[in-house]
Structures are given as C-alpha cells and as structure tokens.
Design a protein around this ligand. Structure first.
Ligand SMILES: *Cc1c(COP(=O)(O)O)cnc(C)c1O
Length: 408
C-alpha cells in the first residue's frame, strides 16, 4: 500500500489543533497548573458531565486511575470479588488488585467479543461486589441482562468506556447506564489529553464515599488538612484539562467520522466468506475504537496470525487479536506477581486464586482468530477501500476452496 495512513501516535490521526493551543496558553499565562488552585479541571469535569447528561464527573490522571477511584468509591472489602472480562486492557484489572479485590474472569460472547451476560450468575458468590463491563472496541455490552443481575444481587456496575466514547445502548450513552462510568483520555482513545481519565456518576448511591476524595488523598479540601480514608493522588493537571476542554468539542465529529468509514468498510467486507465483523447488540451503536472481525479458521489454509503477517507485509497495520491471549495469561496474573512474594490479594486469608489456561475458552480462541484494526477518524474512502482490497487479496490467497462463492 502506497497510501499514508493517519495514526493516533501523532498529529496525522489526532484532532489536536489551534483550539487546544489557545486553551493551554491561557493556563500557562495564568501560572496555575494544579487543579486544586485552578479552574480548568473543574470546568472540564462539568463540561464532560454535561455532555453525558450526568450530574458530575471527576477527572483523573489516567483511565486506570479512574477505574481505581471508582472501586475506592465502592469501598469494597479485601477479598471481595469483581467480575470482569478477560478481553480488555490490563488497566481494568490493575485497580481490582490494588484494592485487594479478586478479578473473576467471565468468558466473552463469541460474536460481540464482550462479556457474556448469560454466564455471569455462574460466577457470582456472596463475595461478588461489582461487575466491571468493558465496552470493547467501542461496541456496547448487552446492558439489560447485566443491570438485571446487578439489581437482583444488589451489586454495583462500573462501565469501562475507555474505548466507547458516545457508544449507545438502546438510546442511552454508555457510562450512564451503570453506577459509574470510567473513561481514558490516553493518546490512543477517541479524544486525548496525552494521559488522563474521567469518572462519571449518575448519583450517590448507598456505597457512600465522595467520589472526588477517592482521587484526592481522602482530603476534603474545604478543611485545612484532613484525610478521611485511604486514597491516592490521581489529579489531572490544568494543562491536561485545557486540552480536554478543546478535545471534548470535537468528540461528536470524531465519532461520526469513525462510524461513517466503519460503515463503508463493513459494506466492502460484506461479501467476504468466513469473515465475521464484531456483532453489535440489538439497539447498540459502536463508536469504533477499532474494527475487529473474526475469521472462520476452517475456511483458510493457514492460521489467522499468518494471514495478518501477510497483511503487514502489504503495508497494512493489522494485529492478530487485541491481546495475544486473555488477560489472565499475562505474567502478572499467571504467576501472581503482585506485592513482594505474597501473591496478595490472589493469595490471602480468603484462600488462593489461580488462573488456569482455558479458563475462558472463547476468549482464548478469540485472540487467535480475530483481526484487529486500529480505527481512526481521519480514514478516507481511499484508506477504507485500500484496506478492503488488501484483505480480499490476502484472504483469497489462503482460501480453502479455490472457487470463491459469494454470501447470499
Ligand atoms: C485504555 C484503556 C484502559 C486504561 O486507560 P489508561 O488511561 O491507559 O490507564 C482501561 N480499559 C480499557 C478498555 C482501555 O482501552
């Protein structure tokens, strides 16, 4: 491929421009870079909350920090269990471990790539305190059954929306369906402050800690010094919030453009046999963090990883799976490399948790059989056509039947 592709790694694939520059200049001129003395972080939090139609948001230093603040807010007990998908960023799981909680991995749905709601109750115990749902690749989870389970068992739902800005489920924006919505503003997400995050909340419910204090050393700032409970410092800076304010204005168009090019790509891929794009649940709308599709391995003469290598040789940046294997297969979790040699919290007074391979067979197959394409708001018709052409060409090279039939 001769065409240059926009990338989120630099300005070619980012919406950073004059608006951000003006906002940042304002902060620099003011000499106030810290949120506790400034106005930009507060302004960004309010603007973000308003955009999502919720009463408040708390800005954080990363998406991982946002998820950690959300768990601190829930005030779980050490040894409590949190249900989570094995196909997500490790940033979803790290906060669970830091909070002394146990990640309980529930397998994904083969077609939607999101946590399979029909499996969740099999994994519920009296120690289950929350479900963290990741709307993976921008596609919403099937929230109705998940919220029903949470309601019946009186447990919390945290939505990890790091990849799903403005994705919708039955009309509702994701992040506003569960108790808390967490976002990442890291460089690769729909909008960015370099690093950064946000927690939004619909309301204060029974869990009862003040969300802001969960990212601010447990310190109610209306007093000279007081620390009410253990919490880290996860502040966003004024400089980041300045960028965030300008970026937020561009979010609608970013999502609109990603949807448009993804729709075209789906149309072009539509006739390819053995290709199954991520299924969007009924009533769902993806915001296309990535475009991910499964291949039926029986239709091809080589493994998906070989097909991807061939695409890469054609100058096409694609990956075999978002992860090499489900999260529990990475050393941190597999060998329980946590606090010293303790294995805590996977080893504790409550017992010992070990993650075996094939814990989640569908997720394991998913990693081997999917092609993951990082999506971008600056993809043009030419980019999309070039990608589709390359895929068609490479797939045809490895078709089992020489005669390529068309899907009806
Ligand atoms: C990016 C991401 C995170 C972590 O966010 P950071 O800002 O990198 O800490 C968590 N969950 C998902 C699904 C992500 O994509």
């Amino acid at each position: 491929m001769k065409l240059a592709f926009p990338t989120h790694r630099d300005r070619s694939g980012r919406t950073i421009g004059e608006e951000e520059w003006l906002e940042v200049q304002e902060v620099l001129r003011s000499g106030t870079l810290a949120y506790i003395y400034g106005k930009k972080v507060r302004k960004f939090e309010l603007a973000f909350a308003e955009k999502f139609g919720v009463p408040y948001g708390v800005a954080t230093s990363s998406g991982t920090a946002a998820l950690h603040a959300a768990l601190i807010y829930l005030n779980t007990e050490p040894g409590d269990e949190i249900i989570v998908s094995p196909i997500t960023d490790m940033g979803t799981v790290i906060p669970i471990l830091y909070q002394g909680n146990i990640p309980v991995f529930v397998d994904i749905d083969e077609e939607t790539f999101n946590i399979d709601p029909t499996l969740i109750t099999n994994y519920m115990t009296p120690k289950t305190k929350a479900i963290i749902v990741t709307h993976i690749f921008g596609a919403p989870c099937d929230m109705d059954p998940i919220m029903k389970i949470a309601m019946e068992h009186n447990i919390a739902v945290i939505e990890d929306c790091a990849q799903a800005f403005l994705a919708r489920y039955k009309g509702q924006i994701v992040g506003t369906i569960g108790d808390l919505g967490c976002f990442s503003l890291q460089q690769s997400k729909h909008i960015t402050t370099g690093d950064g995050g946000m927690v939004i909340a619909k309301k204060d419910r029974q869990f009862g800690r003040e969300l802001r204090l969960c990212a601010d050393k447990g310190w109610p700032r209306d007093q000279w010094r007081d620390h009410l409970f253990l919490a880290p410092n996860y502040h966003m800076t004024e400089l980041q919030a300045a960028v965030g304010l300008a970026q937020l204005q561009k979010l609608d168009n970013v999502v609109r453009d990603r949807r448009k090019s993804a729709r075209l790509f789906s149309e072009l891929l539509g006739d390819e046999i053995g290709v199954y794009p991520q299924r969007i649940v009924d009533g769902g709308e993806s915001s296309y963090f990535s475009y991910t599709f499964r291949l039926d391995p029986t239709m091809f003469t080589v493994r998906v990883s070989e097909i991807v290598k061939h695409m890469n040789r054609e100058g096409f940046e694609a990956h075999c799976g978002y992860l090499d294997h489900p999260l529990y297969g990475y050393k941190m979790l597999r060998d329980r490399v946590t606090f010293g040699k303790s294995g805590f919290p996977l080893v504790g007074p409550w017992g010992s948790y070990e993650f075996q391979e094939v814990l989640c067979p569908i997720a394991e197959r998913h990693c081997r059989e999917t092609i993951y394409i990082v999506w971008n708001e600056f993809f043009t018709v030419e980019h999309v056509e070039a990608m589709a052409d390359t895929i068609t060409k490479v797939l045809n090279n490895y078709r089992r039947n020489v005669r390529v039939e068309r899907k009806v």
